[in-house]
Write a protein that binds this ligand. Structure first.
Ligand SMILES: [Mn+2]
Length: 324
């Protein structure tokens, strides 16, 4: 890994234009790591642009520099260096993919379990890291970046969101040490908790009501499933962003070992978010259906009706329970 970090440092110095990108449906780790890279690269006297497939979610619009994130069309093809953060497969870049593929060199910085050989000439991948922002917290100083209060806030946000505000199993000593240091460097955890978790638009609260109404239990209550249909989205005046975190509400049911949230914000495509407790590896289940993620938090997509998606995925989740 040290040689890969040295290679990234050289690549940044050599590139005349740098683009930074992350995955579709960006979360706090995606946006936080992209912005930390942007500000870090600029502090080295180089120019960079962050491009994302989707707009920055409303609850992350407190992050320093969020308004500088562009759509993929904003940059000409042919950057000297592309850096993708919090993603290890090109298909998850969405419309940002062509710009990344057209870069002369590609660096991948990620903590997801690779699905096959990761792309890129430079690969900084640590599947043991709780967040991509934790990898950057360690890496940025070694490439000469001083962690400013603004960078600290971006990194702390990525770590806080990927650990569920330090509640998930991935909250290890290294994560807490980094968080402590980032607070000392100017990160504001109270602001992150308020902006990311405490505030919700009315449309999201209405959507939660539908998710609770539509709850179904399988495997004697060990698998909790709910759905959000197109008409639910319409009645709540909600967009898919408003469903963020609803799977965690379903997963609170104390008998549930696995929770799955099926949603169809637009016709013909069903997105599923899955959560599990303990050792139950639902990322492996989601990979069977072309998705992926982490052991306890994963997802996949079906191009079918919600009913068919539930009929397909639930038996696989029940099999996962039975094999543990
Ligand atoms: Mn992440």
């Amino acid at each position: 890994v040290d040689s890969e970090i040295a290679a990234l440092r050289s690549a940044i110095q050599a590139a005349d234009s740098i683009i930074v990108a992350s995955h579709i449906n960006p979360d706090g780790d995606a946006v936080g790591s992209s912005l930390a890279l942007l500000m870090g690269i600029e502090s080295l006297g180089k120019k960079a642009t962050v491009i994302l497939n989707d707009p920055v979610p409303m609850n992350l619009r407190f992050l320093p520099g969020w308004e500088r994130i562009r759509g993929p069309e904003a940059v000409p093809l042919g950057a000297g260096l592309g850096i993708i953060a919090d993603v290890g497969v090109m298909s998850r870049l969405g419309r940002a993919r062509p710009s990344v593929e057209a870069a002369a060199h590609l660096c991948v910085i990620d903590h997801h379990e690779p699905d096959g050989a990761p792309p890129g000439d430079i690969r900084i991948i640590d599947t043991g890291a709780s967040a991509t922002c934790l990898i950057l917290y360690r890496m940025l100083p070694t490439i000469g970046v001083e962690i400013s209060p603004a960078i600290a806030q971006c990194l702390l946000t990525g770590i806080a969101t990927d650990t569920g505000s330090f509640r998930f199993r991935n909250t290890d000593p290294a994560t807490l040490d980094a968080a402590s240091h980032l607070v000392a460097l100017g990160g504001d955890l109270a602001q992150i908790n308020e902006e990311v978790w405490e505030k919700k638009p009315l449309s999201a609260v209405k959507l939660l009501r539908f998710a609770l109404d539509n709850l179904e239990l399988y495997a004697s209550g060990r698998v909790a499933v709910s759905r959000l249909t197109q008409s639910n989205y319409q009645e709540a005046s909600a967009s898919d962003e408003d469903s963020e975190g609803i799977v965690n509400e379903i997963s609170r049911i104390n008998t549930a070992q696995i929770a799955a949230m099926f949603r169809e914000p637009k016709p013909g495509r069903v997105r599923v978010s899955v959560r599990s407790r303990g050792e139950l590896d639902i990322a492996a289940v989601c990979r069977q259906f072309g998705g992926g993620g982490h052991v306890n938090a994963a997802g996949c997509t079906f191009e079918s009706s919600i009913d068919d998606a539930i009929r397909t995925l639930v038996p696989a989740l029940e099999a996962c329970l039975a094999s543990s």
